[in-house]
Design a protein around this ligand. Sequence first.
Ligand SMILES: [Zn+2]
Length: 493
Amino acid sequence: MKKERLIKEINSGIERIMAEGADFCDARYYTEDSSETLTLYDGNLESNETTFESGLGVRVLYKGAWGFAASSREVAPAVTFKNAFSNAKTASRLVTVPLKMDLNPPVRGKYFSPVVEDPLNIPLEAKLAFLEDLDKKLQGTHIEHRIIEINLQRMHNFYWNSEGSFIERKLINCFAGSTVMALDSDGKMQMRSKVLHTPGHGTRGWEMVTKPELWSGRAEGIKEELARLLEAPELDFGKRSVILLPGQGMLQVHETIGHPLELDRILGYELSYAGGSFVRLESIGQLRYGSEKLNVSAYGSIANSPGSFGFDDEGTPERDYLLIDKGILVNCLTSRAMISEVNQVAGRQVFDQSGGASRSTAFYRAPIDRMTNVSILPGNDGNLDRIISATEDGLVLDNPKSWSIGSNREHFHFSCEIAWEVKDGRITRVLKNPTYQGHTLEFYANLNAVGDSSTWVVEQVPNCGKGEPNQLMEIGHGVPVLRFENVITGERV
Ligand SMILES: [Zn+2]
């Protein structure tokens, strides 16, 4: 369908639905939602997968209930509007807390990711040549397996709503990771890996993937660290300080701050899938989440992060705001409709505006509350060397190997790829099979050093899963080096 005709049909669809008594209506049309995934396993191209999706998603609010419908581009928009409205009418008969969308002024704008080279326009041969070159660098007599994977995404969509908003977005994301593995003397697999990260500024096209300092330049480093792991003794059980590098701090933030602060979880909507949250509505503005050194932001303006998208999927401009201020919980990850439910349930105004965190993974999924760039802000305890030199008995930990989390995110148990032992301010040796665990609030209360901005990087998450049906979402986490004291580490034998 021609673009002009489509725009006309979508505008008239919204007008018709509103004239028939709907309270709110919005539409998202994706001209393109593409991805390409390349995986090299031991130097062989194991997969080369491309996807393309295009279509229209319509959401209607009627008598306090949502209806949603979607269709591919081959179907006339009028049918999708009719189906969404009919679904809302059915749902409205079962509503217990009628949702509202408080009237917002129209938002008009554009957001295009800063890109030099569109990753999907780079010839396959050039991409494979780059990956094969990296694979050669990962080879070594002690390496048993090498895995390299890149995932490249391009999305172009338009958003309309019944308030008169109109937004165009073009988003580019690049994810990349490499892993080397080998069996240690106990016959257990050891691994070291490196994923693409960013300094938080700059572009987010193919040029980011090929910058050695952001990913591929760590090939020698992870090989050497794996060699040391193969010879290393196992970490023993005990309470120590732990210093998390951003590769591990990212998981810590994601699981024990990001997910528990999603407002729909707090309201109990995610209980059947990946759990709820220990945070209560009355916690907001009151709860001490961690020490005074803990400052966490939903940081929408990191140019080259997958958690930056300009406007969310209900047209709210993304913004920077604090979730945790000097250890106190002050805000959550919110969407417009969830705010209305919270304010009704609480009987007071808990939130006065959306956090711009309503996101959908595709045209055929309704948006839900998601993370953006949930980031721990840098502190003033210096760089990694300075933090190590001020640590008596501890571990430096990097990269998750496995994780388990309490159903309400109240406690956690993580294992990491590698630990460096710290004694009296110096690194003494590498230890294998490191694990640590804690109670979320107790753990953050023991945060006693936060690295400066030289230690802060933005780690990328391509696959945060949430919702039924499942929606995989791209997220960023800005994280400095973090030190916690009195942490249970290792396993009691
Ligand atoms: Zn997640």
